[in-house]
Design a protein. Structure first.
Lengths: 250, 298, 291
């Protein structure tokens, strides 16, 4: 199971009016591990996510999930295949309660009712409760998302993806701005999920977090994938550190 | 006097159906339609024609109206919902103007400007329900059924998906929701329920013409929803009552020339819309409190 | 010959529509505010001109100036007292739209109560048609309105392309930082967008007063056309709005060739629907995917 290639991007590029936001990037996400996507601001990390989820169609390149091409599929179809994502600006359903936010994540059917009958209903509520328990949002279940604290909102975005049942999670800076104790809790949640069979790709700026959680690192700068490999190798590479901390190599 | 009150109550009931059905798309799905009066009209014309030409009773005529209205709403929703919200507003405004022209020009069916005269008294399962009290009961029953249906829809997964789309379309689609299909269905449900109001209206007056389906009527229904509060179940009903009682109250004001009442009424809605949006965007009875605003301010 | 006649009429109407749509598009492009009360600026300035020129016999340059000031003031007041307070707490499309819609309702009925609900026209010798060819009638006003439209567009393109405020106005919605780089205040630039966007409707309003005439509901009609032209031209593109307005004016008049006049407004929306279905990004717009 672990090691199998779940997701693969081949030579994808995306330009915004002359700016190469993603430039000929190829990389793979292996099942059952956490891959960190790091790089300075504006490196193209979010754009790469958008290209992976069908939010943007890359100008060139191929994207495959479980061996099938997902290039050109609309956002929602990609999601139904099992690729979930969070957003840098969270995009919570702000006027809905915590419970509704999580519940709606389990309901992707578009008709007036969900298919699957009673059994599916039971399975969905189990997922909802599990997500609320894992993120410690149980006692806030009837609070509207706008009324949550900053950390609670971050956890809600994780609860939502957890409830959705996605098997590949693309997390866009999910831990930024969290205090020490919250992010420890946060990392525990992620580790547990990976143990339960989820594959994660996480964009993260804090290299301590990256070091402590990731199994592999992909390093992106100015739209190009500069390196990909074991955390030890990448984080100890002085050339990458120089780029990351803003001292451009000559 | 009693007849006057009963008639007013019937009109409030009919308008409450319009307001509740518009609120379903506006308040829960965030879809802004300026063509609600058209679906009201389609329901009215279809029911009238069904009753006059085919002798249909109230139930059959209403069902026909709902069907036609639902199908025509697809013509609006399918193209316009693929793109951003502004387009739907423009397209619905377009439909409002286009359909009104059709109402007044398609003389063989709609009777043109003169309208349809002599719609037979309503019968339901063989009984005559044209007596004002019975008709009021029928209207309230329709309103009740629609309220229950909408309440059930709003609390179902469908309603949650619509609210999710209203709050954040991108996040909703990232959770696997087919936004265009969900919105299209919502518009269809809303339009076919609006046709029920049209059918009631046609049987109530036994006469209809284009005057009742103009843009001002769409705007008046929007005013009901806004004043009552978007995204609540009963708010629009209260809104409908307030808006319809307004002219009755205005007639009691001295020195007000009767010709100006319509105009003053519209100015009052207009002003109410502006002030509510500035000071209380969720409407008088809407969800959300001042807390929203405090939070939103950084 | 009928075709040529309708084509000329269409050009004139198109010029008026283009001017109105350009104002709407300029405001939307720079502030992202869907200013549906734009039609009210048209109605207000048209009625001010009619009142001064036709009722009080004021000289036309003075009446024109007053109309421009009224339109600009309306735009400015809308920004200052309606949109800004709303955006301070909730900037959703919905709230802004309803408020603007409410304002246009108030203005329309206010005009109706004050000036009457009938059709009002400013009579001028300029709108008297002369037969320049067999069966082809042209009024001087047609040439004037097309000329003025071209003049206004040239001035506007120069302003948007060459001046700091103009460039800042185009950059405002995408990149407010750029505005600050020029040393301008984004709030101020938004106000300028409203002032200029509202003022450019004035020629259209005056020409309409001189030809087809004004009624209190004209604002709604203008709003419809501006919306349609903006979508047809591509949301956010000023040049597109001008072309869209011209296209709609032409389509509306050419429709008379085969259809009864009642269908003219319907034609506008057939064009609009066609664009929404087949080319939702309009002439010059960028594709409309969500951000
Ligand atoms: N829709 C867009 N249109 C134009 N330019 C864009 C768009 N989205 C991203 N960009 C540009 O592409 C580049 C990469 O952006 P991206 O958001 O992918 O960076 P990022 O690595 O996620 O940065 P951050 O760490 O700040 O989130 C940036 O220069 C950005 O301005
Ligand atoms: Mg990013």
């Amino acid at each position: 199971m672990t090691g199998e290639i779940l997701f693969q991007a081949d030579n994808i590029s995306k330009t915004f009016g002359g700016l190469k936001a993603v430039d000929n990037v190829s990389f793979a996400l292996r099942a059952g591990i956490i891959t960190a996507l790091v790089g300075p601001n504006g490196a193209g990390k979010t754009t790469l996510f958008n290209a992976m989820t069908g939010h943007l169609v890359p100008d060139r390149g191929a994207v495959t999930f479980l061996g099938e091409s997902i290039l050109g599929l609309p956002h929602w179809k990609v999601a139904r295949l099992g690729i979930g994502r969070t957003f840098q600006d969270l995009k919570l359903f702000s006027h809905m309660t915590v419970l509704e936010n999580v519940t709606t994540a389990t309901e992707s059917g578009s008709w007036l009712w969900q298919t699957g009958g009673r059994a599916a209903q039971v399975e969905r509520s189990a997922r909802i409760e599990r997500a609320l328990d894992a993120t410690q949002l149980q006692r806030r279940r009837d609070t509207r998302a706008v009324d949550l604290s900053y950390a609670e909102r971050k956890f809600l975005s994780i609860a939502r993806i957890m409830a959705s049942g996605a098997r590949l999670w693309l997390l866009d800076e999910p831990a930024s701005g969290l205090d020490r104790s919250s992010y420890d809790r946060f990392l525990t949640v992620l580790r547990n999920e990976v143990r339960a069979g989820v594959t994660i790709c996480i964009i993260e700026h804090n290299l301590d977090i990256v070091q402590s959680i990731s199994d592999r690192i992909a390093f992106l700068d100015q739209g190009r994938l500069l390196a990909e490999g074991e955390p030890k190798t990448i984080l100890s590479d002085p050339a990458l550190a120089a780029i990351y901390f803003g001292e451009r190599a000559p | 006097m009693a007849t006057y009150i009963i008639n007013l109550a019937i009109l409030i009931g009919i308008n409450a159906i319009l307001a509740v059905t518009l609120n379903f798309i506006l308040g829960y799905a965030g879809i802004f339609s300026l063509a609600h009066a058209i679906f009201f009209g389609i329901g009215a014309y279809t029911a009238a024609v069904a009753a006059m030409k085919f002798g249909a009773d109230f139930a059959a005529a209403t069902a026909a109206g709902m069907l036609v209205s639902g199908v025509i709403s697809l013509a609006l929703a399918l193209p316009a919902l693929r793109v951003r919200g502004e387009y739907f507003v423009a397209a619905s405004l377009g439909l409002q103007m286009l359909a009104l022209t059709v109402f007044s020009e398609w003389k063989s069916v709609t009777g043109g400007i003169g309208g349809l005269i002599g719609i037979p008294p309503p019968r339901l399962f063989g009984f005559d329900v044209s007596d004002p009290v019975l008709f009021l009961a029928l209207t309230l029953a329709c309103l009740g059924v629609i309220l229950i249906a909408i309440r059930a829809l709003v609390r179902s997964s469908f309603g949650r998906s619509l609210k999710a789309i209203r709050d954040d379309e991108t996040a909703a689609s990232a959770l696997g929701k087919n936004v265009a299909l969900l919105k299209t269905l919502a518009v269809m449900v809303s339009s076919s329920f609006a046709a029920v109001a049209g059918s009631l209206f046609a049987f109530f007056l036994s006469f209809i013409n284009v005057e009742s389906f103009v843009l001002e009527v769409s705007v008046q229904v929007i005013a009901m929803v806004i004043i009552g509060g978007t995204g609540t179940l009963l708010g629009p009903v209260i809104g409908a009552a307030i808006v319809l009682l307004l002219p009755a109250l205005l007639t009691y004001l001295p020195y007000l020339p009767p010709t100006e009442i319509g105009s003053i009424q519209q100015m009052i809605y207009g002003l109410a819309m502006v002030l509510l949006m500035i000071f209380r965007p969720s409407g008088l009875w809407g969800y959300g409190s001042s807390q929203d605003r405090k939070r939103a301010a950084p | 010959m009928v075709f040529l006649q309708l084509f000329l009429n269409g050009l004139q109407l198109g010029a008026i529509y283009a001017l109105t749509a350009v104002g709407f598009s300029l405001i939307f492009g720079s502030t992202k505010i869907f200013h549906v009360a734009h039609g009210s600026a048209f109605a207000i300035s048209g009625y001010i001109y009619w009142w001064l020129a036709s009722q009080l016999d004021v000289a036309w340059p003075v009446a024109t100036l007053a109309a421009v000031l009224a339109a600009a003031a309306f735009g400015l007041l809308m920004e200052r007292f309606i949109y800004r307070p709303i955006q301070r707490h909730e900037a959703s499309f919905f709230t802004v739209f309803i408020a603007a819609f409410g304002v246009s309702l108030v203005i329309q009925n206010l005009i109706g109560s004050v000036a009457g609900r009938g059709m009002e026209t400013v009579t001028t010798p300029l709108s008297r048609s002369v037969e320049i060819m067999d069966g082809l009638f042209v009024a001087p006003i047609s040439a004037i309105s097309i000329g003025v439209a071209i003049l206004v567009f040239t001035a506007l393109s120069y302003f948007l392309g060459r001046t700091h405020v103009g460039i800042a106005m185009r950059a405002l919605s995408e990149n407010p930082d750029l505005v600050r780089v020029f040393g301008l205040d984004p709030g101020r630039v938004a106000q300028w967008a409203f002032v200029i966007g509202s003022a450019v409707v004035v020629p259209g309003a005056i020409f309409t007063a001189m030809t087809a005439g004004l009624n209190p509901a004209i604002g709604t009609h203008v709003m419809l056309v501006s919306l349609a032209a903006t979508i047809v031209g591509g949301i956010g593109s000023v040049r597109g709005a001008a072309c869209g307005g011209m296209l709609l004016g032409l389509a509306e008049n050419l429709a008379y060739w085969k259809l009864d006049p009642q269908w003219s407004e319907a034609v506008t929306f057939v064009v609009l629907f066609a664009f929404i279905i087949f080319r939702p990004s309009g002439f010059f717009g960028t594709p409309t995917a969500a951000r």
